[in-house]
Design a binder for this molecule. Sequence first.
Ligand SMILES: Cc1ncc(COP(=O)(O)O)c(C=O)c1O
Length: 446
Amino acid sequence: MFVKEELELYQSNRPKSKKLWETAIKVLPGGISHNIRTFGLTALGGFPVIIKSAMGPYLTDIDGNKYLDFWNGHFAMILGHNHPKIQEVIREHLSYGWHFGTNTKYQIELAARLIDDNPGIEKVRFCTSGTEATMYATRLARAYTKRRLVAKAVMGWHGASDTLCYDVGGLVDGKAPLGQLKAEDAGIITFEINNDKAFDIIKKNSADLAAVILEPLLGGGGGFPVDIDFLTRLREETEKAGILLIFDEVITGYRFRDSLFQNELKILPDLTTMGKIIGGGLPIGAIGGKNEIIERSSPQNENQVLIGGGTFSGYPLSMIAGLETLNLLRESQQNYSRINDEGDNLRNLLNQFFNEEKLPMLAIGHKSMIMLHIMSKWIENPSFKEIIEYKDKNREALLQLALFNRKISGLHGLGALSMVNTHEHMSQILEVFKEISHSVSNSPIK
Ligand SMILES: Cc1ncc(COP(=O)(O)O)c(C=O)c1O
């Protein structure tokens, strides 16, 4: 049986990970520090790999297994792992110390750089995570507009703060994780992307609506592209009604070009949240946008909107690694178009194969981002709703298991390409999918 064989193979090649996992589950709830890092494998009776090191496109686990990695540190490592230049600037700075709790020149330089690259960014405030950035952006919006409600996209992931963790993952219809206020009490309304009903919802609530927040491509939610017409209308209608438009570019920022995705779309929001790539693989979050809105967070402003503390905001090593990353990306125009084309090509080839074989699998995303969905039945051209409704989590876990056994690591099915991925890597992926997809989608699981 496929599942049993795959599990046995997986376990026999990972005795050290298996042993350490026994301790992990005793000292960490569920054995992890981020829910998705089980890769779903515990549901199949397995355990996640425990990684020791990374270099270029590869991760190596504590048992010595080496994986071609498409998860890339939650999409942050666009240059690949352990880039020598980034390591060099971090090492160089370490000799000066690594945390001062003061201002450094690097936060000024990184902010200036983000402003220089992006017409929609006039000023920047740094924090330590994308979760904080989105939380602060909505706070700014509420204070600036003096309105109560925030509208967010169904499946839009903006981190697990009490502010925006609604209608994510398996939670639909305004449902919130246990321990959180109900959406209506938290002032959250939700809408579906690429669906005109969103505009009715916005219109109906416009007098009390402070902001609409969404990713211009639902990355965290599963790689769902947002139609350009939908985004254009969203910009027009929010502007007319005095509602702030917030783009969450924590994933999409610097992912497809050496600036924010909004520049490709030619749609400028009022506020933008950033993270991941702009920290060069170290913790970061940032809120950028129109000066008159961001400036409201200044302590010199008598109507100050509180952003921070933040013991580690503007953390020097993140600023330095981020700056160096953006420098290297600026020199990587050709590499951007190369990995964007490779991503488009691989998605198309995968979908062509899934369709021909009538497999209930789908590759979505945009350019260098490739996310795989497995559904419990085959549907021709499934809609956004159908992909979510028929999502087969156990089979997605089985996919991860089969990929790990074939020395490929990914999450959300796959993830995103980095600058060190080659055409040969794409061929390797395609071959592996041709080998395993039938078993993954058809073999009995329990
Ligand atoms: C689009 C988006 N926004 C916000 C966040 C939260 O960022 P962080 O994990 O840095 O808190 C994420 C994290 O995956 C994300 O994908």
